[in-house]
Design a binder for this molecule. Structure first.
Ligand code: CAA
Length: 259
């Protein structure tokens, strides 16, 4: 790869925006510049009605092996604080369209954290997951201590974060860290299949559904249920609700217009 090679590759396939992390020689180490590009591209697509789902992927060897260690090694605490590089990751958290991670190889440190910002995770059966920051004398810095704990529970999160051990794909599936495990060559096709299915459904309902599920991590059960109920009622202001329910009554496929 030359210095001219782009850090990410993007394309839109029908209504699906695909981002491929593209630092293969560095196992897709997530430099601040790379994360900024990912966040900016996702924000553009989030504002574009023609894109209704995003797929984020890496290569066969790595989804991403973490934040770029070379970029951090000699920095001072003040430099890290001033740069505040992880605020860019919050931009990805705020994307409203569903994001599907297609994960092969390593998803470590920031790579695992980036994956956990996605909504559905399709993993190859040889993929490996971990938060090995403890081996570097630090801790996860892009949400890992919080999101991993919410995803897999305290015991396993403590084990992974304190020992830095990696989880296999079947174990990650059993723990609830990923949604589906498939042979490595099927990872991207399976993610694209899910994305196309999702893109054919009503996009307002999809964004509301994502918002409600994420709300479950942020609020009480009662408030979350009330939030869900309000968005459920609000969907009755959309044409998609009428079309979806009428199509059911007519025994025909619905043709959603995303409005
Ligand atoms: N940052 C920078 N470079 C990285 C990297 C990272 N996170 N991970 C891998 N690389 C580079 C290696 O330095 C190497 O580069 P060179 O060829 O120029 O030497 C190249 O990618 C290939 O890596 P390896 O030769 O190490 O490949 P391997 O197959 O022997 O090992 C690995 C693979 C076990 C994933 C190993 O690369 C590794 O342990 N990587 C670091 C994993 C890690 O600690 N991640 C956490 C980073 S900190 C973080 O993410 C903080 C946060 O919370 C956001």
């Amino acid at each position: 790869m030359s210095t001219e090679d782009p850090l990410i590759l993007t394309e839109v396939v029908d209504a699906v925006g695909v981002i491929r992390l593209n630092r293969p020689k560095k196992l897709n180490a997530l430099s601040p510049a790379l994360i900024d590009l990912v966040a900016a591209q996702m924000e553009r697509w989030d504002a574009d009605p023609a894109v209704r789902v995003i797929v984020l992927t890496g290569n066969d060897r790595a989804f991403a092996a973490g934040a770029d260690i070379d970029d951090m090694t000699e920095r001072s605490a003040v430099e890290m604080y001033e740069r505040d590089q992880f605020t860019d990751w919050d931009r990805i958290r705020r994307v409203r369209v569903p994001i599907i991670a297609a994960v092969s190889g390593f998803a470590l440190g920031g790579g695992c954290e980036l994956m956990m910002l996605c909504d559905i995770v399709v993993a190859g059966d040889t993929a490996q997951f971990g938060q090995p920051e403890i081996n570097l004398g630090v801790i996860p810095g892009a949400g890992g201590t919080q999101r991993l704990t919410r995803a897999v529970g305290k015991a396993l999160a403590m084990d992974m974060i304190l020992t830095g051990r990696m989880l296999s794909a079947p174990d990650a599936l059993a723990a609830g860290l990923v949604s589906r495990v498939v042979p490595p060559e099927h990872v991207l096709p399976e993610a694209m299949k899910i994305a196309q299915q999702l893109a054919a459904r009503g996009s307002i309902a999809a964004r509301f559904a994502k918002e409600c599920v994420l709300k479950a991590f942020e609020t009480t059960l009662e408030e979350g249920v009330m939030h869900e109920r309000r968005l459920f009622y609000m969907l009755f202001a959309t044409l998609d609700q009428k079309e979806g329910m009428r199509a059911f009554a007519d025994r025909r496929p619905a043709r959603f217009e995303h409005r």
